[in-house]
Ligand binder design. Structure first.
Ligand SMILES: Nc1ncnc2c1ncn2[C@@H]1O[C@H](COP(=O)(O)OP(=O)(O)OP(=O)(O)O)[C@@H](O)[C@H]1O
Length: 341
């Protein structure tokens, strides 16, 4: 009997090529398009593309409306996190709850042992590993996926280069249009800027005070949600001759504290809500504190569901709400959510 795999179909080139490769490898393939967010006119276009891809591959396409679940598990926390003056990571929550949560449940319903996506990441069923194409590696966003489902995951693109995938699609009659589609935006439900989106839900433009580290009022800002830690523009600092950076945000007082670059340096932090792929309690490793930054060497001590991290070199601009993800070389060994710096 053929092994059955459910492929997450977004209508993009990566999932389309993934489904095709799995079919060519002899899997029984079915696709699933999930309606996640409620961005206007989005699903009409992307679902059409996913249908076209499924037809080309010759597979059934299921459609699942998960807008309520997405709203509860991803979108509302995104708003709430900014409202608290913190920096959210909606993709990591979506991957745990939706793409590798609801999708795995749906795979059970259709009798598919395996679940595949076009993410650039690798797995051996026990750990995740960074993708070979390090310009596309998405492992940082998958650190929160539950360990027990790893044996069921397949990532056909983990060892490939994005440029090769596009070239491959362009070379196949019927798939050329997938190769030339624009890349999806960084956060799929944000149309322009995150503040534009927040404005529909919370009061964003609320002028407030800029403080120095001693608590003196030194300027004015546009509303605390416009800022994330490390930002250096969009507020005034009277008499400043060098750039100032946001060091901290106080949502309750609508104040931001700013300082010089060196004052942004972080040497230790605390994380909670851990998701670890091994059982070690105290170890040396490296940690990534933001997407597209290099991992830095650190010492980690875990106590229950919290860990303290001591960095072996300073990192600038560490934000509460972001993910801290541990790597042993290219192996992802776990992570958690930054709750104290
Ligand atoms: N709405 C969706 N329904 C089902 N699967 C999805 C959906 N959105 C994304 N996925 C899956 O997650 C993978 C990664 O999504 P992401 O948006 O990060 O990547 P992408 O590079 O834009 O991928 P693609 O080119 O396939 O759109 C996709 O390749 C697809 O397998």
């Amino acid at each position: 009997m053929k092994k059955k795999v459910l492929v997450g179909m977004s209508g993009g080139v990566d999932s389309t090529v993934s489904a095709l490769l799995l079919k060519r490898d002899g899997y029984e393939v079915e696709g699933l398009y999930m309606k996640l967010h409620s961005k206007p006119n989005y699903h009409e276009i992307h679902l059409e593309r996913a249908k076209k891809a499924a037809k080309f591959v010759g597979m059934k396409l299921h459609v699942l409306d998960l807008q309520d679940t997405f709203n509860e598990k991803v979108f509302q926390p995104f708003i709430d996190t900014y409202a608290k003056g913190e920096t959210p990571n909606p993709c990591a929550l979506c991957n745990r709850g939706l793409k590798f949560g609801e999708m795995v449940k749906f795979a059970d319903r259709v009798g598919a042992r395996y679940v595949a996506t076009g993410h650039y990441i690798k797995t051996d069923g026990e750990y995740f590993y960074q993708a070979d194409d390090d310009t596309k590696d998405q492992s940082y966003f998958l650190f929160y996926v539950k360990k027990e489902i790893l044996p069921r995951l397949i990532f056909p693109l983990g060892e490939r280069k994005k440029s090769d995938i596009k070239e491959f699609a362009a070379s196949i009659k019927g798939l050329e249009s997938f190769a030339s589609q624009g890349e999806s935006s960084e956060i799929c439900f944000v149309e322009t800027t995150y503040t534009d989106l927040l404005k529909d839900y919370v009061q964003v433009d609320n002028v407030g005070e800029v403080l120095d580290r001693d608590g003196n009022v030194v300027g004015e800002h546009k509303g605390y949600m416009h800022y994330t830690i490390g930002k250096r523009k969009g507020f005034t600092v009277l008499g400043a001759h060098e750039p100032h950076y946001v060091l901290s945000i106080d949502a309750t007082k609508n104040q931001i504290t700013v300082g010089k670059k060196e004052e942004l340096a972080c040497n230790s932090l605390t994380i909670n809500n851990l998701n670890m792929f091994n059982d070690k309690q105290e170890f040396d490793t490296s940690v990534k504190l933001r997407y597209r930054t290099k991992a830095v060497a650190c010492h980690v001590k875990i106590e229950q569901d919290r860990a303290s991290i001591t960095l072996k070199e300073s990192v600038f601009g560490v934000a509460i709400g972001q993910a801290a993800v541990f790597y042993d070389d290219d192996k992802l060994i776990g992570g958690g959510w930054i709750c104290g710096v």
